[in-house]
Structures are given as C-alpha cells and as structure tokens.
Design a protein around this ligand. Structure first.
Ligand code: PBG
Ligand code: ZN
Length: 325
C-alpha cells in the first residue's frame, strides 16, 4: 500500500461517485425522429437500432410511448415525397408538427430541422445556381426562412437550420420576430463538418447528394475537418445573428472543437452524436467487441466533459433507461 495516492480515490463506487466532476442527467438528451410522406408502414433505419422512418400514425404512437417513458425532447426531420428544384412546399412537415403539438401540447419540446436536402431532387441542402456546380446562397436562405416560419407557425418550440448557408440564422430570426413567434428558439448547426459519419441519416432522410448534379458532395458548404478556425468563425457569426443554441456535429471526432468553442461562446452548446457515430458503436457491440451501454455512457460523458449542455443522440431512449429520471 505504501506510496498509494491517486488510487485511493478510485477504490470503490462510493468514493468514485463522490469525486465525479461530470454529471450525465437523462434530461440533457434530445431524440431525433423521422417522418416520411407516403409510407404505408414504418421501416427501420439501417444501422440504428430502434430508429424508424415513421408515417403520421406510427409517429404519434412512437411519441406517445416515448412520453410515457419520460422521453420528452425531440428533433424532427420531415421528409416530403415531392422533390423539387425550387418553390418548395413545407406543408407536409408543418402538418406533422401541428399534429404533434395538438396531441401532446406542452408535454413535449419539439425542435424541427430546417433544411432542403430532403426536398431537393439532387439531395443538396440548397438551390443550385445556373452552373449546377454551386449553391445559390441568397435564394436558399429565402427558402429556409420560409420553411422555418411554417414550422414555427405549426407549433415548433425550436427551429434548427442544418444547411450551413451564410446568413440564414439572421434571416430566420428576422422572420420569426413577429407577434406570437418571438419565443421560438433557433438552434444553429454552427460547427457542422463535412463528415463521413452521416451515412444512415441520408438513407433515413432521402438526402444523399449528387444525383443530377456535378456537385457530388457537401464540401462547398460544410466545414472542412482541418479548419477549426472556420468552425469558430461560423459559431461567432451565428451567435451574432441571434442563435439561441449552438451545435457541434459530429461529436466524438470534434471534441477539441466542442471544448474550445464552448469556452469561447456563452450560448448553450449542443452536440450531435451522428448516425455514423451511433452505427459505429452498434457495429462494435454487435461484433461482440464491446458493450453498447458502456460505449454510450463513455461517449456521452466525453461530450459533457468537453462542454456540451445537451446531447442529440439516436440512443436518447437508452439514456433514459440507463440513467433514470
Ligand atoms: C443535412 C443533415 C445531415 C444531418 C442532419 N441534417 C448531414 C448531411 O447529410 O450532410 C446528419 C445527421 C446524422 O448523421 O445523424 N442537412
Ligand atoms: Zn441538408
């Protein structure tokens, strides 16, 4: 025993609990939801256990079960059947938002993703310009603000633009600063990187970029993984334009960014444990090479340690079960 110093505080679960610096309460989690137009029955999303592409009925049943289990905060992705190049129609998703609000009232907190990639024929997050090699920023921002406005009017508590266009936070905030909508929050995907960890999501949201365009990927609008300074500038801009909540996405490979940005800016910080990150954990556990609950808790603890106030996770239901009320 002689010479033992640091290990004294590790010796049993009681003293470890007392010494713990980072808390992981279950009310910090947001559960993503997908609702897809034209589905006769819900279908599983590949790679993400327990996550489905829902139709209106199955969505209501899912949220009903979630609320009964204490899961109350959601991020909704609406996937319309009708794909266009411009003149988008936000009514499918807005109708889903209104139905959830009517049915669940203040029992749920509902954020709604705002983007165009589930609505465009080519899967890009905006309107292509005449060259079809670039996204037209101004026209895209206008369409995003209109969509955000529809979701807010339908009863969203929060709108979350994930497109990465310039100036969209300001445009959305200005649109929402009218009587009755001034309390709607804007959560900005501010530090969203051009990542390979979005695979299952693109299946769930019909948003794989490239078809019918020479623009094959989202490199011209999402942040280069080698450019943390771009993430800082983007977050500073979005804070200035009125974002209430800022986000880093993906989570685990960008913990350094989360740690430094959450120190630099006082807004609440969200982290998005993306579909690819979640699928990686499930594959590891599924191969018998790790324990899924333990992997989840370790990654979530890392997010909290790095400064995340809230965690968007496909396994938010699991968090509730593991961590309790
Ligand atoms: C696109 C969008 C993406 C995600 C949410 N909205 C990524 C992308 O397709 O580039 C990622 C979510 C995930 O992987 O879980 N607007
Ligand atoms: Zn998009």
């Amino acid at each position: 025993m002689a010479g033992m110093t640091l290990r004294r505080m590790r010796q049993d679960r009681h003293v470890r609990a007392l010494a713990r610096e980072v808390e992981l309460p279950s009310d910090k989690f947001i559960q993503p939801l997908f609702v897809v137009e034209g589905l006769t029955a819900r279908t599983a999303v590949p790679g993400l256990a327990g996550v489905h592409r829902e139709n209106a009925d199955s969505l209501a049943r899912q949220v009903e079960a979630d609320v009964a289990a204490g899961i109350t905060k959601f991020l909704l992705f609406g996937v319309p059947g009708d794909k266009r190049e411009r003149d988008f129609d936000a009514s499918y998703t807005a109708t889903q938002v209104a139905a959830l609000r009517r049915r669940f009232g203040a029992d749920i907190w509902l954020a709604v993703d705002v983007c165009l990639c589930s609505s465009t024929t080519h899967g890009h997050c905006g309107i292509l310009d005449d060259t079809r090699e670039h996204i037209a920023n101004g026209a895209t921002v206008e369409a995003l603000a209109a969509a955000a406005m529809s979701y807010a009017q339908a009863g969203a508590d929060c709108v979350a633009p994930s497109d990465m266009m310039d100036g969209r936070i300001g445009a959305i905030r200005r649109a929402l600063d009218v009587d009755g909508l001034e309390r709607v929050l804007v959560m900005s995907y501010a530090a969203k990187f051009h990542s390979g960890l979005y695979g299952p999501f693109r299946v769930a949201a019909d948003s794989t970029p490239g078809a019918g365009s020479s623009l094959r990927d989202r490199a011209t609008y999402q942040i280069d993984p080698a450019r943390p300074a771009d993430a800082l500038a983007s977050a500073e801009r979005d804070a200035r334009e009125g974002a209430d909540i800022l986000m880093v996405k993906p989570g685990l490979p960008y913990l350094d960014v989360l740690a430094s940005l959450s120190q630099a800016l006082p807004q609440p910080w969200a982290v998005y444990q993306t579909s690819g990150e979640q699928a990686a954990l499930e594959l590891l556990a599924g191969a018998g090479l790790g324990d899924l609950d333990r992997l989840q808790l370790e990654t979530w603890t890392a997010f909290r340690r790095a400064g995340a106030d809230m965690i968007i996770s496909y396994a938010a239901r699991r968090a509730r079960a593991l961590l309790g009320a």
